[in-house]
Design a protein around this ligand. Structure first.
Ligand code: C2E
Ligand code: CA
Ligand code: CA
Length: 572
């Protein structure tokens, strides 16, 4: 459809005016009737009138149309982002209301856009660059290092507040936000003092998230300067903060990475500074630690271990070994502890302490623990079929037991394997026993009610609360190796071990000595009242077939000639 333009309206207006003039002329000249003659005469004023109307309309329309064309063009530029250029003057001359409306529209849009951009680039709590702005600006700075000193390097500082969470949780989020604002101001003060030094270049400061801040110095002279800046930041953040009259100390841990030594891209530097920060946290907090070659090696080894461990679960590379526990009373085997081993494809047999931390931190312990529980249940059932009926204990770590499904899985595994629950013993560490939730405690009570027994492992390494210990549903307490090792040589250690055994008996539990290595220890532990012993002096952990043979032999020996066991020095 054709558009109705101002010009076409002018044409219609001129035609209408001409037509009216024509009819009036015809009316005025035709007294007796309409003749061809007065019709043609009427045409002359009609055409003159129409032409005059057209000419006058055309003049004002031409000015307005030009202004509107200019407005359309200006709006098109605005749509492409140009809000700054002036409004063309012909718009104001011909249609002043339109010019004023456009002016006000552009001013409002500019203000809104500024606000949106500020929100998108700056952290509203501290006014510092937010994560994406910090990244983008830092990448630009890395691409164009300042030419102040020849030996220039960049330095990235990762700053994590040590006790911010406590303040946020106890004093509320408003206080937390105020504290973050104060931290930002102290970082700005450090930045200002560095920028004032000769050759000083102001750093970029950002808040990545929560209580994590970053500072990027585009020009740090030497590694020593980075350490000094780290100390300056630490000192600035170590001073207490005044939060509504309360003095609050939070402190910080800082990781530092230098460009190009520790990375040339922002991603590399971030990773290095982050690792150094975790190292600072792990080394006691309140420190500034540089990234180092050793840290890099540790990170690489850890990444390899994590990858290998993930594959190990799929490739079924785990195995169990079994270490016997014997009764001091009659010298016979009364149980065994299942201990995890990893048949590593390149490194051979790996002991649990070399991979358990990694498994716990990554959560892989849950899958590994499931495998252990399944294998222990299957082993109990298998031994039952060949006439070995003794309890088998299984170790569980805190991360495993935290999962509600753990106990469910354990019972299901016993049920699947048709293994009686009374032959299963759960070993939980002293620390876990002291800290576990009521839910976990309930689940332990239920498992015990179903027939399983419970042992407290590594007793003497944690901080036990005796009244809690009394309330726990436990059957056995295992004296840690550190209590057992000195008993033969140290009278005080002997008395402590004896007192601990007394406490264990008072709690109504059996005392198990673990890590028993020598005949002298065996003799003393027997005298001070231990009920069960486990350790190299009796037998080292062994594979299933060796264990089955050992177990049969030990029973025969115990029954046959008093209580001489296994030929490893046991004397009944
Ligand atoms: P633990 O529960 O205290 O296990 C006893 C550790 O002492 C075992 O080390 C065992 O081989 C070792 N040992 C036994 N007798 C002696 C001795 O006479 N002298 C010395 N020096 N050591 C002895 P292992 O097998 O390397 O296990 C280390 C730890 O790994 C265990 O300490 C346990 O906490 C954990 N662990 C083992 N298997 C598992 C498992 O299946 N799951 C979980 N979550 N942890 C496990
Ligand atoms: Ca254990
Ligand atoms: Ca232990």
């Amino acid at each position: 459809m054709d558009e109705v333009t101002l010009k076409s309206r002018a044409v219609v207006f001129a035609i209408c005016a001409g037509a009216v003039a024509f009819f009036l002329a015809v009316l005025a000249t035709s007294a007796g009737g309409v003749q061809l003659d007065n019709l043609t005469r009427a045409l002359i004023p009609a055409v003159v009138c129409a032409a005059m109307c057209w000419a006058s309309a055309e003049r004002s329309i031409a000015g307005t149309a030009g202004a509107i064309d200019a407005a359309i063009e200006r709006l098109a530029h605005a749509a492409e982002g140009d809000l700054a250029s002036a409004i063309p003057p012909e718009i104001g001359e011909n249609v002043p209301q339109l010019a004023r409306a456009m002016e006000s529209l552009f001013t409002q849009m500019t203000a809104h856009l500024d606000g949106v951009q500020r929100l998108a680039m700056f952290d509203p709590v501290t006014g510092l660059a937010n994560r994406s702005n910090f990244r983008a600006t830092c990448e630009r700075m890395l691409a164009t290092p300042p030419a102040t000193a020849r030996d220039t390097r960049g330095g990235l500082f990762f700053i994590d507040l040590d006790r911010f969470k406590v303040v946020n949780d106890t004093m509320g989020h408003a206080c937390g936000d105020a504290l973050l604002g104060m931290v930002a101001n102290r970082l700005r003060a450090v930045a200002d003092s560095i920028a004032r030094e000769p050759d000083g270049v102001p750093p970029l400061i950002g808040r990545l998230a929560g209580d994590e801040f970053t500072m990027f110095f585009p020009a740090i002279g030497a590694a020593g300067d980075a350490a000094k800046i780290g100390c300056d930041i630490l000192r600035a953040l170590a001073e207490p903060f005044d939060l509504g009259g309360a003095n609050v100390s939070i402190g910080a841990s800082i990781g530092m990475a230098l460009c190009p030594e520790h990375g040339v891209t922002l991603t590399e530097l971030m990773r290095a500074a982050d690792a150094a920060m975790y190292h600072a946290k792990g080394s006691g907090r309140g420190r500034a630690e540089p990234f180092s070659v050793e840290l890099a090696a540790r990170i690489a080894a850890r990444a390899t271990l994590e990858g290998d461990l993930r594959e190990a679960i799929d490739r079924d590379e785990f195995a169990l070994v079994f270490q016997p526990q014997i009764s001091v009373d009659h010298g016979r085997i009364v149980g065994a502890e299942a201990l995890l081993r990893w048949r590593h494809p390149r490194e051979g047999l790996r002991l649990p302490l070399t991979f358990l931390d990694c498994a716990e931190e990554t959560g892989m312990i849950v899958d590994i623990g499931d495998w252990v529980v399944d294998s222990v249940a299957a082993t109990i059932a298998r031994w039952g079929r060949i006439g070995i009926e003794q309890r088998l204990s299984v170790n569980v770590s805190p991360r495993q037991i935290d999962h509600a499904r753990f106990f469910h899985g354990l019972r299901a595994a016993l049920h699947r394997a048709r293994a009686p629950a009374h032959l299963l013993e759960l070993e939980i560490s002293e620390t876990l026993a002291m800290q576990c939730s009521d839910d976990v405690l309930d689940a332990i009570v239920q498992l015990r009610a179903a027939g399983a027994t419970i042992a407290i492992d590594d007793f003497g390494t944690g901080y036990s609360n005796l009244s809690r210990l009394r309330a726990l549903p436990i059957d056995r307490i295992k004296l840690d190796r550190s209590l057992v090792a000195p008993v033969a040589d140290d009278a005080a250690a002997r008395m402590i071990a004896q007192a601990v055994v007394g406490v264990i008996h008072a709690l109504g539990c059996e005392a198990v000595a673990e890590g028993v290595e020598t005949q002298a220890q065996v003799d003393i532990l027997r005298i001070i009242g231990c009920d069960v012993m486990q350790g190299y002096a009796i037998a080292a952990p062994m594979e299933e077939s060796a264990f089955v043979a050992w177990s049969r032999g030990s029973v025969r020996r115990a029954v046959g000639d008093g209580a001489v066991l296994a030929g490893v020095g046991w004397r009944g």
